[in-house]
Design a protein around this ligand. Structure first.
Ligand SMILES: Nc1ncnc2c1ncn2[C@@H]1O[C@H](COP(=O)(O)OP(=O)(O)OP(=O)(O)O)[C@@H](O)[C@H]1O
Ligand SMILES: [Mg+2]
Length: 305
């Protein structure tokens, strides 16, 4: 597969503060790449360098086969929704999109613009001035703006933050549709379930570096070599009872946490799960449920610092 973004040792320093300390990253054509990291980690800084909004301090990158020195040559092929929107407030929604579309060489008809507004969830707001839009509506029109001019690479900095759940679902569907049309999408989000659902690969940014990189499943499976098991019994198993019982068992079982009526434990091997269920029943517990707990991307994120 072709790389659409190729970043080598990219760094950014603001004054005396190193925000990005040498990012190495490739993003492949046609993938949805989710970039995550805590507030202030440098995600927007990274995106702003890639799109030419700010200058790099050192390192280099290539986008769509073009070096960062010639970024202007490919800007028309990149659709961007930056973290801080650059909307013309005094314009009506549809007027703004048509104006920006013209600048981006978009060939849409007026009807197509109306359809775009509908797709993005702004039906009925076409003739309303942007300054009268709510936060979420402004967000949606910024996303629509990023799609103008048929870009092959779409970069969305927190596209769903502040959107109501239904609108966020629609934006996720839109992202999947865009990918099916062959586009590459780089997005950031603090909603890790969302990143998990729609990203082919995820990068975790921390301390100015890409600390972890992989498919959501790779990241979730690699965090721990132990197997996590959630158990629901009657009476409910406590950490204390587990400690008492397990003192006599010939395998290791480690208490992790209690979640509602479940207790979550770690065991080293598959066959320990069979032993565990046998021992619990033997000790008089009614075993209602025993299931493998997969790490969430949130667990991976918390453990990546
Ligand atoms: N123009 C600037 N001048 C000085 N410092 C800046 C500037 N822009 C960003 N920073 C600093 O760079 C760091 C990274 O900011 P950035 O906006 O890239 O983080 P982020 O990962 O996008 O965070 P968030 O999740 O909150 O959007 C922060 O410490 C921020 O204060
Ligand atoms: Mg940001």
């Amino acid at each position: 597969m072709k790389n659409i973004i190729n970043v080598a040792q990219l760094a950014k320093r603001f004054g005396t503060t190193d925000v990005l300390n040498g990012i190495d990253l490739t993003i492949q054509e046609g993938e949805v790449f989710g970039f995550i990291g805590h507030n202030g980690a440098g995600k927007s800084t990274f995106i702003n360098m890639l799109t030419g909004i700010i200058n790099k301090s050192s390192g280099s990158f290539e986008i769509i086969g073009t070096s960062d020195q010639q970024l202007d040559d490919v800007k028309a092929k990149i659709g961007v929704m930056p973290d801080i929107s650059n909307l013309y407030d005094h314009m009506k929604g549809i007027q703004f999109l048509r104006y920006m579309g013209k600048l981006a060489g978009d060939t849409r008809t007026k009807q197509d613009y109306i359809a775009l507004m509908k797709d993005i969830g702004l039906e009925g707001a076409e003739k309303k001035k942007i300054k009268a839009y709510s936060f979420g509506m402004k967000k949606k029109i910024s996303i629509a703006q990023a799609l103008l001019g048929n870009p092959s690479l779409i970069i969305l900095d927190e596209p769903t933050s502040g959107l109501d759940p239904e609108s966020a679902i629609n934006i996720r569907k839109l992202i999947v549709d865009l990918q099916q049309q062959g586009k590459t999408i780089l997005l950031t989000s603090h909603n890790l379930d969302e990143i998990d659902k729609i990203s082919d690969r995820v990068g975790i940014l921390s301390d100015g570096k890409v600390k972890k990189l992989g498919t959501p499943d790779e990241l979730k499976n690699n965090t721990s070599s132990e197997l996590s098991v959630a158990i629901r019994t009657n009476p409910t198993l406590t950490s204390q009872k587990l400690a008492e019982l397990s003192a006599n068992w010939d395998f290791n079982v480690q208490f992790v946490t209690t979640k509602k009526k479940y207790v979550v434990v770690n065991v080293p091997h598959d066959n320990d799960i069979a032993k565990l269920s046998k021992e619990l029943i033997h000790s008089g517990f009614q075993l209602f449920e025993l299931r493998m707990e997969q790490q969430s991307l949130e667990d991976v994120f918390i453990n990546s610092k």
